[in-house]
Design a protein around this ligand. Structure first.
Ligand code: CA
Length: 481
């Protein structure tokens, strides 16, 4: 692509894309959180749009990141699991923006592999953690090599971002990716937040003691339970002897839940503080009006919901991404679009907002720009369903089984297809294929699997057809053993 001379370009907005890691929408007060307060994220929602049906298409870290960069599903971009490395078989939206004249930078978590083949590309400046990174005095990699950057990771990433912003040419549009490590496990908060959300004060979710009755074996066998799969390192305290054993499971769950959530929410408080620093910087430098600010997380997270931590499943707490978008020039303040969008749509939307046509510069992208939704317009042919596939079958530490499914505005159909290949290290070959179906209007918590209920047979048949249509549309092949 050739760059247009600056004089012939219309004024293009800047883009600041802030992505945290494992931050569930229901831990943001603008989304109705019962467990914490996030005043700076709330400010973003009040001044822009809060998207209420933003979903990831594969609820795990590296795959969501590859999807966001390329606008494609995991089977197209080659990153179906955290064991995959990004290989640039497809271009990314930052590369497109850089080629079209944007100044570009990335700071924080990358998690798409390292080395010449997988390092960040399309950025004038980048500094990232190796793999997951550390919360305290993190080691960071850049073109110049490795160095330890003293400080708390969430502050460090913001410091690097603000420093880069302050060095930019005011006449050149910029695209800045701010990728936080928090609030990913192992949940190490900043000392200054150690008194927030004390043990005993955090409300429990309705489904903390879910017994998985009516659900698949996949749900019953996942090793993501608050009671038995969080360890003492996670909660930084030795489990008292009187809470051990099956007979003490309820009390142990409560004890673990309070400690897990305390640390998780404290980590989020640093995210919120630092989003505030970023917004203040934009205000102080006169950049707020012409900068699109996006806040999201690579996926959702279980906050004790269904008795779990972690993600991976298509259940809504894991499927939903928080998505806040502020751009005073186009996005009405305090709006709440509720049409379905996915992380496959992000790249094309960002390019559209920045004056590029994804069909031209990202020809393999599978998403659709939701710029119209942000303006309050709903195209008559906007999709009424989304396709999901989780590939990392039987991961040895979480034991979540591969599945695919479809979510509409009112229903969900899920197929655990019993992938016989498995993830390296997996052991279970014995499961049979299973289905789950939920009526999300009658049963928003997804507790009552109606897949085999004759009263829902017609709806299930329609969902199966829609699932097949989406697999064909996205050129994904169903698993056939
Ligand atoms: Ca993640």
């Amino acid at each position: 692509m050739t760059s247009l001379p600056a004089s012939s370009r219309p004024s293009r907005p800047n883009l600041v894309f802030v992505m945290s890691d494992d931050h569930a929408a229901h831990a943001i007060s603008a989304y109705g959180s019962r467990v914490n307060h996030t005043p700076n994220l709330d400010r973003l929602a009040a001044e822009g749009a809060r998207l209420d049906a933003a979903f990831c298409t594969n609820s795990i870290c590296s795959p969501s990141r590859a999807t966001i960069l390329t606008g494609t599903y995991s089977h197209v971009n080659g990153v179906p699991s955290i064991y995959s490395e990004f290989d640039y078989r497809l271009p990314t939206f930052p590369e497109c923006l850089q080629r079209s004249g944007y100044a570009t930078a990335l700071f924080g978590k990358w998690h798409l592999g390292h080395g010449p083949a997988s390092n960040p590309r399309g950025f004038d400046d980048w500094k990232v953690f190796p793999d997951q990174g550390d919360y305290t005095d993190p080691l960071m990699l850049s073109e110049a090599g490795e160095e330890i950057v003293p400080g708390y990771a969430t502050d460090v990433i913001t410091d690097l971002s603000l420093d880069w912003l302050s060095r930019q040419d005011p006449d050149q549009p910029f695209c800045l990716l701010v990728h936080h490590k928090a609030p990913h496990r192992p949940w190490v908060p900043d000392e200054k937040h150690r008194d927030l959300y004390p043990v005993g004060s955090i409300p429990e979710p309705d489904t903390l003691f879910d017994d998985y009755a009516t659900r698949s074996r996949a749900a019953r066998e996942a090793r993501m339970t608050i009671a038995d799969d969080l360890n003492e390192e996670d909660v930084k305290e030795r489990l008292p002897d009187h809470l051990r054993g099956e007979e003490n499971r309820v009390e142990r769950t409560r004890w673990m839940y309070q400690r897990y959530m305390r640390d998780y929410l404290q980590c989020i408080q640093s995210i919120d503080d630092n989003v505030g620093r970023l917004l203040d910087h934009l205000d102080e430098h006169g950049l707020a009006d012409n900068t699109v600010v996006v806040y999201t997380s690579d996926q959702g997270f279980f906050l004790g919901d269904h008795g779990w931590y972690d993600k991976r499943f298509i259940y809504d707490e894991s499927l939903q991404m928080p998505l806040l978008v502020r751009w005073p020039a186009e996005v009405p303040a305090g709006s709440c679009p509720d049409e379905i969008v996915t992380n496959v749509d992000f790249a094309g939307t960002f390019l559209d907002l920045c004056g590029l046509d994804a069909a031209e510069v990202l020809p393999d992208s599978q998403g659709r720009s939701f710029r119209g939704l942000l303006r309050g317009e709903v195209p008559g042919d906007w999709p009424q369903s989304m396709y999901y596939r989780y590939w990392e079958h039987d991961d040895p530490s979480h034991h979540a089984w591969a599945h695919y499914g479809v979510r509409t505005r009112s229903h969900k159909l899920v197929h655990y297809y019993a992938d016989g290949l498995g993830t390296p290290g997996s052991s279970d070959r014995s499961q049979e294929p299973e289905w789950e179906m939920f009526d999300l209007v009658a049963d928003p918590r997804e507790l009552n699997n109606v897949a085999d209920d004759p009263a829902h047979a017609e709806e299930r048949a329609a969902l199966e057809r829609e699932l097949a249509r989406l697999q064909s549309h996205y050129r994904d092949e169903p698993y056939t053993g």
